[in-house]
Design a protein around this ligand. Sequence first.
Ligand code: NAD
Length: 359
Amino acid sequence: MSYNITFIPGDGVGPEVTEATRRVLEATGVSFNWDIGTIGEAAQEQYGTLLPGSVLESIRKNRVALKGPVTTPVGSGFRSVNVALRKALGLYACLRPCKTYTGVPSPFKDVDIVVVRENMEDLYSGIEFEKATPDTARLMEFIQQATGEGILSDSGISIKAISETRSQNIIRFAFEYAREYHRRKITAVHKANIMKYSDGLFLSVAREIAAEYSDVEFEDRIVDNMAMQLVQKPRQYDVPVTPNLYGDILSDLCAGLVGGLGMAPGANLGDDIAVFEATHGSAPKNAGMNKVNPMAMMLSGVMMLHHLGENEAADRMETAIAAVITEGKNVTYDLKPDAPENAVGTSQVADAVIEKLRG
Ligand code: NAD
């Protein structure tokens, strides 16, 4: 059997890390038909839109995509083509595993955390009011009347909305994920002590749903305390579930615990569509240099194999990546902070992982 996968190379370092990943995925022996799609600035030039409908159609048809990072053009068009893609496909859950592999430069050992981040609302909804516009003035007037609280007239305003519906979706997703992947504990992350109606709602939904899953441990943490605890005692945490913004910040923090962005894979998931992509961006300054670490993208490929039910191939691919890291010879500069001159390039890492797979 051959899997139809929408393959989006992206831009910046995207084409290099996705190509390295495609080669390794094929070396597992699993068969793929890659349906190549272009989004972002290249699509704007070619098709006059940042997010062509044909790419969305391809993902809807195949239900699975492997995506490289895409630069967000400053100025016109969508706020972010990545956010637009997630919204268009209803990818409400962002999964970001952070795991230490032996040999990765990190002061921590045995970290194995999967951040589950809400992907659709919170301060990322893009509902914003610019300083000194008539709409902003009207909103300020309403807020003054409704609450008696004044906002300084030279303020910009971003709206943070957290709904019961989307909180239920993401928290249920986290518990179902914990069950399926045999994880032990969910930690709901919030700032409910200050934002009682948004984060408070998220927390109360989390408590309600937790009561339905007595087989999975549940706790909650205030986000600032969580940031400190993740650095001090990362092994205490298993599956933090968060609103959008906290998840973005804490998943980068967790990436820092396990060797950096070059080691942080991810997936954006809806009810029946999954887009696998690394946490990192397009790193434009390194584009075309055969330099950055493809392992974050490769580990996203491992997640994709699990999603497809190819668990044996996924395990072999992860073992091969781990072996290359432990050996420490064929790794990129970020995994060799003390001797970057001995680092290899993106494509050599792929060669080394393929050799282990065949070995
Ligand atoms: P970035 O992740 O591209 O880079 C941050 C730092 O991490 C840089 O120093 C970079 O060199 C390093 N880095 C990134 N990936 C690495 C890898 N695989 N190996 C080793 N080092 C790596 O973040 P940024 O500079 O804030 O963003 C650049 C562009 O990417 C922006 O246009 C942003 O909007 C976009 N972006 C896209 C996505 C996505 O497509 N999902 C995600 C984040 C950012």
